[in-house]
Design a protein around this ligand. Structure first.
Ligand code: NAD
Length: 504
């Protein structure tokens, strides 16, 4: 059995960290348990990287950088396309692994994984077009610009889309000529180690993709490492504040992809059935655990009762259970702590006076899934704009419904709070949909759809949802610095201290 196949068939072995082209033994014995959220059973252990491990991984990334950054972009793209091919071949196994560790249904994982190689192919392609400019300027000079990579960069990822979010970041960073040290979430760390091994299998030089595992302390060590020159985090807003402060202290640039509270405006002229289907997808895909999960619905009063009733019927029909079963439409939430948080927020919504219209019964599951961290798709109507459920990110399948009458009211509700990530607007009136899109605060607005993601479709938030962009040229260029080279073409030279008057 090849080493790669071994990773998939014996994923429960703790192989340590991955840097310098291979698995490396940890310097200390501390480990973290990784559980299968569908059964609460122990899946594996991973090691906690301390300062020495992080230092060794960053050193490996520096050695990798000395090779990778000097490879011509056309040849680098060839390497990355090979990496995309290797990922593609391993999609079925990656999907199984992700389902086991995150509890996401296998149907979802197959659909998501099928698109992962596109990010690598896309950034490999556009990086070949990363061309500088040249200008002839006043006084006899030619200026030219070169895009240069930054060096080893830190990629800190969450547990909700471990492979997708990592590949989005990694593809841009590597295509621009950087190397990376990844610190995946302690709740879903295994697929990052596997991806690093796949990068080596694809022939990427040692030290280009490196992974250390651990929790926030390991993350802080990595962000503080002297030879890290960019920090790209996807995580919660509280984490973002700490990591951005650390980057600021060190004067290195960063991207912060943080939390959100996604509003969905349903106008009275929306395609009713399309809006119901879109609402279900936005709210309950990934068990409501995406940063753009449709979590607060702002519905025109004239269709409010009909819409909420129809949505409740569809939500109650969602099949929950074994994530590995093809018929399962929704798995558990990631952890006991997440389940407890959802249940607490459900209790608070009731106490605040909102009316629960879906998810009224407990999940009825047989062993071993009766121990899993399940929450039924849950809907509250008549949620007020000062309720916790309207304001705070649940990160689980619990959503709110609030009626509006005027467009101004819809916008005020949609812009309540300080998040600004994704929103969607459902209306058949194109002028109205655009008008509303101009009035909402957020980084990504979908009209008559939700949560569509593509390597070319720029993604990122504002305010408490963070800053910086994933996808597109913005993401690639963020991983570079533009150097300006000024060439004198004027004859002779100027001698200021001998009386020359030319300045600038
Ligand atoms: P988290 O903030 O708990 O952890 C994210 C990563 O940061 C993990 O690897 C974690 O170990 C690390 N970390 C935590 N504290 C750290 C510190 N002080 N220094 C360095 N690293 C630290 O987030 P999570 O629970 O894994 O993910 C859920 C959150 O991510 C939600 O709020 C969700 O909205 C957000 N998210 C945002 C996007 C986006 O595109 N904006 C996408 C997915 C998830």
């Amino acid at each position: 059995m090849s080493e790669i196949a071994d990773l998939f068939f014996k994923p429960k072995i703790n192989r340590g960290f991955f840097y310098g082209g291979g698995f490396q033994n940890p310097t200390c014995e501390e480990t973290i348990e990784v559980h299968n959220p569908a059964t609460a059973e122990l899946f594996t252990h991973v090691s906690v990287a301390g300062k020495d491990d992080v230092t060794a991984a960053v050193r490996a990334a520096r050695a990798g950088f000395e090779i990778w950054s000097k490879i011509d972009p056309i040849d680098r793209a060839r390497h990355l396309r090979k990496f995309a091919d290797v990922i593609e071949k391993n999609i079925p196994n990656l999907a199984l692994l992700e389902t086991e560790v995150t509890g996401r249904s296998i149907k979802e994982m197959h659909a998501q994984m099928a698109r992962i190689p596109e990010w690598v192919e896309y950034f490999a392609g556009i990086a070949m077009g990363l061309e500088g400019e040249s200008n002839v300027v006043k006084g006899g000079y030619v200026t030219m610009t070169h895009y240069e990579p930054l060096g080893p960069v830190a990629l800190l990822t969450p547990w909700n889309h471990p492979v997708l979010i990592l590949v989005k970041k990694m593809a841009a960073a590597l295509a621009a000529g950087n190397t990376c040290v990844i610190k995946p979430s302690e709740l879903a760390p295994v697929s990052s180690l596997v991806l690093a091994a796949l990068a080596t299998e694809a022939g990427l030089p040692a030290g280009v993709v490196n992974v250390v595992t651990g929790g926030p302390v390991t993350g802080m060590e990595l962000c503080g490492a002297e030879d890290i020159h960019y920090i790209d985090l996807t995580g919660g807003t509280a984490t973002g504040r700490k990591v951005a402060a650390q980057a600021g202290e060190r004067l290195i640039r960063s991207t912060m992809e943080l939390g959100g509270k996604t509003s969905i405006i349903i106008c009275e002229d929306a395609d009713f059935d399309g809006a119901i289907a879109g609402a279900l997808f936005s709210a309950f895909v990934a068990s409501g655990q995406t940063c753009v999960s449709g979590s607060r619905f702002i519905v025109h009063r004239s269709i409010y009762d009909r819409f909420t009733d129809a949505l409740a019927v569809r939500a109650d029909a969602i099949v929950i259970g074994d994530p590995m079963a093809e018929i399962t439409q929704m798995g558990p939430v990631i952890s006991k702590a997440s389940q407890v948080r959802c249940l607490r927020m459900i209790g608070k919504a009731k106490a605040d006076g909102a009316v629960q219209i879906a998810g009224l019964t407990s999940p009825d599951l047989t062993a071993p899934f009766d121990k899993g961290f399940y929450i039924r798709p849950t809907i509250f109507k008549d949620v007020q704009s000062d309720h916790e459920l309207f304001l705070e990110e649940v990160f689980g399948p619990v959503i709110s419904m609030t009626p509006y009458t005027t467009e101004a009211e819809a916008l005020e509700l949609a812009n309540t709070g300080n998040f600004g990530l994704g929103l969607s607007i459902w209306s058949r009136d194109i002028a109205r949909a655009h008008r509303l899109s101009l009035g909402v605060r957020g980084g990504v607005v979908w009209l008559n759809d939700h949560h569509r993601n593509d390597p070319r479709s720029v993604w990122g938030g504002v305010r408490d949802s963070g800053f910086g962009k994933e996808n597109g040229w913005d993401a690639l260029k963020a991983y570079t610095t533009k150097k300006s080279v000024v060439v004198r073409t004027a004859p002779g030279y100027d001698d200021w201290f001998a009386g020359s008057t030319r300045y600038g």
